[in-house]
Design a protein around this ligand. Structure first.
Ligand SMILES: [Zn+2]
Length: 505
């Protein structure tokens, strides 16, 4: 067998293992070329110390005292790309951007962890296939303690995933405090994050080149808000907090100006806390019956001259997207309802595997892709086996091939938490599928090799992530008949939930 370099995700371009080892000393001499600013150089030094668990000493870039030399690569390269060269005399990392330096260090960290007696000499040139490589965590159904969020940021950064999409509100819980509407969290009896914690999370993640994409779902999936503010519903309530999964028929009354003002205040405060130029507003699974029987919503529909409730929904989404744009934010929506009538600067996130399969007019692109049977980590391995997650890279590539390179902005793995309620359970759903997703999104699909991936995961994943629980190897890829039956049963259940709520998939 060819000696392999155990890096996850596997490098995209050049990977060569060379004879010899380099032993990292402690303290470690690091030089940073003058092409980087003083601030960047300081950040690199502390990252080296943190990721390689060593003390660092800065030495001049001239001369050859440095064990690690961080240089700037001037030949054209993807901003996140890097070149890593380990020789018996020292290590060099070159990149165009600071994220590239971080990723070079992350690869080095894995190599250091894998080989106790020294880092193997090698030559690596690497860059990502997709610019948006995300993981969505539903912190609404099950609250994720703040420290666990930091741990997840570390894990994502180690796998070169650069987007943490936080699903902050849903029917079952609201985790974001809104100054104008304090009852959303205070006295609600459930956990939430303070704005200061969220700001701390943003800056912690920024150092590791992970952006936080906040999601507040509207105008559906808002029962947790309606429990506290029933006047924003069509019926006036009262409501109680649901548990378990489902699509609930009480949604925001968009015939009510106060409810629209509420939605806008929430958006404004979310935009203020999270600096990333994106805000996700859900916009999925919206049963329209409530609006059909609400005099206010009907009045709104007539005064705007709209044909039906679908048009009313389109009006609301466009209104909010325009509003968010004033803050320099692009709105992301689940793609369920998006058609040509939506403002073009809404970015769709596709979850439905039927979208874009032969019905060209329904393919909303450019888009972020998170298809059900490839990225839903809350599902068991019988529904979303490891192999499917790994194979998603090739599918994304062929979609981009068919629809133009810009069609696929990126992809996300999703973890909904109606039934994933403890940290251990979360780990078991994430691992090793998160690793497969990271490789699917990062590595050029022509370099994809599932058997190599399995070898690396089996041998090294436990040492790369020492404190996580991973499902047994025998469960990663259940036999086909089991997978087909599970898939059929699950799809029937999704359809039934939707049909009960009056939604056509
Ligand atoms: Zn209404």
């Amino acid at each position: 067998m060819k000696p392999l370099l155990p890096i996850i995700p596997y490098p995209s371009q050049e990977v060569r293992r060379l004879p010899g080892l380099f032993l990292l000393s402690d303290p470690l001499a690091v030089s940073v070329s003058s092409d980087w600013s003083g601030q960047e150089a300081d950040a690199f030094l502390s990252l080296v110390g943190e990721l390689l668990s060593v003390r660092t000493v800065r030495v001049p870039a001239e001369g050859n005292r440095a064990a690690i030399r961080i240089g700037r690569r001037m030949s054209p390269m993807n901003d996140e790309g890097y070149a890593l060269d380990v020789g018996t005399e020292g290590i060099s990392i070159e990149a165009m951007g600071s994220s590239g330096v971080l990723y070079g260090l992350q690869s080095l960290r894995q190599l250091k962890t894998a080989y106790a007696d020294g880092v193997p000499c090698c030559h690596v040139v690497d860059e990502p296939m997709l610019p948006w490589r995300g993981f969505m965590l539903d912190v609404a159904r099950t609250f994720c303690p703040f420290d666990d969020l930091l741990r997840i940021v570390d894990i994502l950064s180690g796998l070169k995933l650069n987007m943490l999409h936080l699903h902050l509100s849903d029917d079952q819980g609201w985790r974001f405090p809104v100054d104008g509407y304090p009852a959303l969290v205070e006295g609600s009896g459930h956990d939430w994050y303070t704005k200061q914690q969220l700001r701390d999370l943003v800056s912690y993640a920024a150092r590791r080149h992970v952006s936080i994409v906040p999601e507040i779902d509207m105008p559906g999936h808002v029962l947790s808000a309606l429990v506290e503010y029933p006047r924003f519903s069509c019926s006036g309530g009262p409501f109680s907090l649901p548990t378990g999964e489902g699509i609930f028929s009480d949604i925001l009354c968009i015939g009510n100006d106060d409810a629209i003002a509420f939605a806008k205040t929430v958006v404004a405060e979310v935009c203020e806390v999270f600096p990333a130029p994106f805000i996700h507003l859900g916009g999925d699974e919206i049963p329209l019956q409530a609006w059909r029987s609400c005099p206010k919503c009907q009045r709104r529909k007539l005064s705007l001259g709209l044909a039906d409730e679908r048009a009313l929904l389109r009006w609301f989404c466009n209104e909010i997207a325009r509003y968010a744009r004033q803050f320099g934010k692009q709105v992301i929506l689940w793609s369920d309802y998006i058609d040509g009538g939506y403002v073009p600067y809404i970015l769709p996130q596709v979850w439905n595997p039927l979208v874009g399969r032969g019905k060209e007019d329904r393919l909303p692109h450019p888009a972020i892709y998170s298809e059900y049977f490839h990225t839903y980590l809350d599902m068991g391995h019988d529904l979303v086996p490891l192999r499917n997650v790994y194979g998603y890279g090739k599918m994304l590539r062929s979609m981009a091939h068919a629809n133009g390179d810009d069609a696929v902005v990126g992809a996300e793995l999703l973890l909904w938490t109606e039934y994933v309620t403890t940290r251990e359970d979360r780990d078991l759903h994430m691992f090793p599928r998160l690793l497969a997703g990271a490789e699917a999104f990062w590595t050029d699909f022509r370099r994809a090799d599932y058997r190599r991936f399995l070898r690396i995961v089996e041998q090294y994943a436990a040492s790369y992530f020492p404190d996580i629980s991973i499902v047994l190897r025998t469960q990663w890829d259940p036999p086909l008949p089991i997978r087909l039956v599970s898939r059929w049963k699950r799809w029937r259940r999704v359809k039934r939930n939707s049909t009960q709520a009056g939604i056509v998939l």
